[in-house]
Design a protein around this ligand. Structure first.
Ligand SMILES: Cc1cc2nc3c(=O)[nH]c(=O)nc-3n(C[C@H](O)[C@H](O)[C@H](O)COP(=O)(O)OP(=O)(O)OC[C@H]3O[C@@H](n4cnc5c(N)ncnc54)[C@H](O)[C@@H]3O)c2cc1C
Length: 195
């Protein structure tokens, strides 16, 4: 029942948004078509923007069968490029990891995976011999600070930048999405006001 109500409310919101756009679009059309929304290209922004301040910090993890763990653990490794953590996700557990500044190889390294398994088993002995399901690598898009702002191009177009979240992009995504929406609203508002 609550799910149905949620769907109805979502549909209502979309309808209202559609009506709003139908009313607003003729007024702002000549500016609206010129807006570009960059909703986050991650490391791709380094070339797209371009932005040399954006640097990759490589992370490798191992996904294994969860031997029944319910508590997570996060601890520093012995070297700056290591961070040891384990996050149970029901039937599986994510074991980490690395934070290798400047490294761009997205292929999992077997020696690193073995090291991650050994470090995690040292923290939680029940992980020794855990069946490995997958190896994953990602590049954290690190910047001295997140870039979330509109930039006007010389041709009257706008880019709303939203990148550089480093190792916290999932956590920050809701707040940043709201800020992007606010920025887009501000641009649409000034476009409407300017006609
Ligand atoms: C091992 C690891 C562990 C992490 N753990 C956490 C965590 O616990 N909590 C947390 O909050 N964050 C964590 N992060 C960080 C998080 O994953 C990132 O901050 C987040 O993914 C950044 O989001 P984004 O949308 O900016 O970039 P991305 O997720 O990289 O998405 C960018 C998208 O843009 C696309 N793209 C790029 N260039 C182009 C182009 N030229 N044209 C078209 N498309 C393009 C890409 O294909 C991709 O789909 C972790 C990262 C790693 C690697």
């Amino acid at each position: 029942m609550r799910r149905r109500r949620f769907i109805e409310l979502s549909a209502l919101s979309l309808t209202l948004a559609g009506l709003y756009l139908k009313t607003m679009v003729p007024a702002v059309h000549h500016r609206l078509h010129a807006l570009i929304f960059d909703l986050g290209a991650g490391m791709g922004a380094r070339e797209l923007v371009p932005d040399p301040e954006l640097l990759p910090v490589r992370g490798q993890v191992v996904v294994a069968v969860n031997p029944g763990l319910t508590d997570f653990f996060v601890g520093e490794g012995s070297d700056a490029g290591e961070v040891t953590y384990l996050f149970p996700h029901g039937a599986t557990v994510v074991l980490g990891g690395t934070q290798q500044a400047g490294a761009t190889v997205t292929r999992p390294d077997p020696a690193t995976a073995a090291d991650i398994l050994a470090r995690c088993a040292a923290v939680q002995p029940r992980l020794a011999g855990a069946r490995v399901l997958a190896h994953r690598v990602g590049l954290r898009p690190v910047r001295p600070q997140v870039r979330l702002e509109a930039q006007a191009g010389s041709d009257g177009r706008f880019v709303v930048h939203n990148y550089g979240h480093g190792g916290a992009g999932v956590t920050l995504s809701w707040g940043c999405a709201q800020d992007v929406a606010r920025e887009v609203g501000r641009l649409l508002g000034s476009a409407a006001g300017g006609v």
